[in-house]
Design a binder for this molecule. Structure first.
Ligand SMILES: [Zn+2]
Length: 307
């Protein structure tokens, strides 16, 4: 199920915010037992609907697609259909924020983590061909892909929006070990996509038949939710959509050069309506290393259309 908020740039700048409406018990093919799915993924579903409610009526450069996807648990069917539809229709997807399990703050072992949200992003792109792979390998670009940049954008917004009380804990992987979500089909087709998920997992509440055993109440039930936490993750998503959606899209291509030169040369294609420049060289170093840099390499910024 999709809701579309048309922005000024139409389908040339699309931001997708997604959750999935299906839920499951222990056996993903069991369609008769009660599978409440409060957290997985009622939480993401509520987030998407609330984002639509808050952002509806706001002027955006980007077109926002609010997506409630189905069949995630059986094989990412909704995410696959959405990504393929975007490709077929020629949408230029600037970002996909997939929210899957974003509503608990107490972990399996009782630990409480309510001040951070994990954002997963791929390093090596699922979509890259051999030529792109060789270029990336040659320039050490494993940390520079568009999904990684999207993760950093969310982290930057979280720093700015202190009222959410959340830090982004950026995880440099497409998803948790041997697990996945509806952002993966988007990555395979080359779209920048990240997964938001809780800071600590509660496996008593995930993918479980409803039952009492070992003194525990198994099942994805509403009593395991932390609605204050979910509210804040929602606010962070909304702020991220607002920041990205009111700006022009990123350049379609960018490159690094500087062989036998004192400078590193960053060049990129112009984007209509975009101001150009990088705020500080230190910022560029931060982007490159993911850490605060005390030392800045010399960088010369050369937009292609001004060179
Ligand atoms: Zn899920």
């Amino acid at each position: 199920m999709l809701a579309v908020q048309k922005g000024k740039r139409g389908w040339d700048h699309v931001i997708i915010v997604a959750g999935h409406i299906d839920s499951r018990v222990t056996d993903p093919m069991n369609f008769t037992d009660d599978a409440p799915g409060a957290n997985d993924d009622g939480s993401g579903t509520a987030l998407v609907i609330e984002a639509a409610r808050v952002l509806a009526g706001e002027e955006m450069e980007a077109t926002i697609v609010y997506a409630l996807l189905s069949g995630e648990e059986q094989g990412l069917w909704g995410g696959t259909l959405l990504a393929e539809t975007a490709k077929e229709r020629g949408w230029k997807v600037s970002a996909m924020l997939n929210n899957d399990i974003v509503g608990n703050s107490t972990g399996t072992d009782g630990r409480v983590v309510n001040d951070r949200v994990r954002v997963f992003s791929e390093g090596i792109r699922a979509s890259e061909d051999i030529e792109a792979m060789m270029t990336r390998r040659g320039s050490g670009g494993e940390d520079d892909g568009p999904s990684r940049a999207l993760m950093r954008a969310a982290a930057r917004v979280a720093e700015k929006e202190e009222t959410t009380g959340l830090q982004v804990f950026g995880v440099r992987r497409p998803d948790r070990f041997r697990r996945g979500g509806d952002h993966l089909p988007a990555l395979e087709l080359g779209y920048p996509a990240v997964r938001f998920t809780v800071g600590v997992e509660n496996y008593v509440g995930q993918h479980q038949d409803l039952r009492s055993a070992d003194g525990l109440e198994y099942g994805d039930t509403v009593d395991k939710m932390d609605f204050d936490y979910l509210t804040r993750v929602t606010a962070l998503n909304i702020a991220t959509i607002r920041e990205l959606g009111t700006a022009p899209p990123a350049p379609e291509t960018a490159s690094l050069g500087g062989a036998v030169s004192s400078d590193t040369i960053v060049s990129w294609q112009s984007v209509e309506g975009a101001a150009w420049g990088i705020k500080s060289i230190g910022g560029a170093a931060t982007a490159a290393t993911g850490k605060k840099a005390g030392w800045s390499p010399p960088i010369r910024i050369v937009p292609l259309w001004k060179a």
